[in-house]
Ligand binder design. Sequence first.
Ligand SMILES: Cc1cc2nc3c(=O)[nH]c(=O)nc-3n(C[C@H](O)[C@H](O)[C@H](O)COP(=O)(O)OP(=O)(O)OC[C@H]3O[C@@H](n4cnc5c(N)ncnc54)[C@H](O)[C@@H]3O)c2cc1C
Length: 348
Amino acid sequence: MSDSWELIIVGAGPGGLALAAEALHGGFPRDELLVLEKSDKTIWSIRALYPENKLTTANYKGYTADAQGLLTISDMTKAETIAFFDRLVEQYQIPIRYNEEVWSIRALAEGGYEVRTTRNLYRARLVAIAIGIFGRPNKPDYPIPTVLKSRVHFDLTTWKPEPGMEVLVVGGGDSAGEYVQYLVQDGCRVTLSYRRQQIVRMLEQNRQAVERLAAEGRIRLWLGSNITKLEPTPEGRPRVVFAEPELDSPLFDHIVYALGGTTPENFLRSAGIAFEGKVPVLDEHFETNQPGLFLVGDLCANMKGGSIIYAFNTAHTVWERIRQRYWQPVPEVSSDGMAASAGRGGRP
Ligand SMILES: Cc1cc2nc3c(=O)[nH]c(=O)nc-3n(C[C@H](O)[C@H](O)[C@H](O)COP(=O)(O)OP(=O)(O)OC[C@H]3O[C@@H](n4cnc5c(N)ncnc54)[C@H](O)[C@@H]3O)c2cc1C
């Protein structure tokens, strides 16, 4: 048996929630809209990946804080960021089903889509995919010995950094730069290993902060360094073997890989979405080649990831297309036959 919906939004992150809020604000009927979220809470990426003492900045990764739609943010703490999204869900009474991971989306011959989750099979006329790029962190191409799993991480939330810990951060993007700064604040002894000779992928403020810490001797910055393997010591610490012989297989307490995330390419391709190289083909309203199937948020930002306000703006742009092309409020007709007020939607 399948449930039928007008609009299914996959993912309750900033992009998915913003699209739901835009639609509900615009009069889309609540009982025809459903958000499916794989975790047991909204905004999994923010809850799980942002370090506790991180400031959420409105300007991020070079995306200006230039809001085009209903929503915007200003700089705020992680707790304030979570409260912001909790309030949004509350204010618009956004209908969300939790613990439902979408496995596949398939275009139906008669129009619309079949959405298969861990629990249900749905049909929807319109689908917006807002699953972000963080669900699948990039992994190194050498194996991680099983005994080291508790000491090897892909973010800062699965362990508690403590003063004096020797920590290796691997990567050259903003996440790596931010992890370094938080770990130093936590009193860890931090080494940053990056395979390139120069830091080129970080925001200017992060690059400057990392280089200042290195110049002050507060971190070790190993540019042009390439890890070839990890070996466990008898007491279970990771020994890191580098291709560069002068980096003499140092020992660490923990390793944090910040290698970015990948677009869930196979997932999108299996929904029939066309790609040009590694990038999904989208029009100016982030509609894919499949009519009524949209991408929202980080998925729209090619491979480099977006920002919260960028996600809000993509949601607004998608909503504009839905409103103009796929749905318009149908005026309710009063008993005297006159149009009364905006009521349930329908195809224009
Ligand atoms: C460490 C770090 C720091 C950052 N700092 C900032 C900052 O200061 N300011 C800023 O503007 N941006 C920042 N960002 C970026 C910002 O968090 C993202 O751009 C934003 O979260 C993207 O929103 P999204 O909705 O596209 O995706 P996400 O936030 O990734 O949300 C996707 C949601 O979809 C769910 N999901 C995934 N797969 C499925 C599935 N198959 N079925 C159902 N649900 C699914 C996930 O659980 C998640 O809740 C930071 C990112 C990181 C990693």
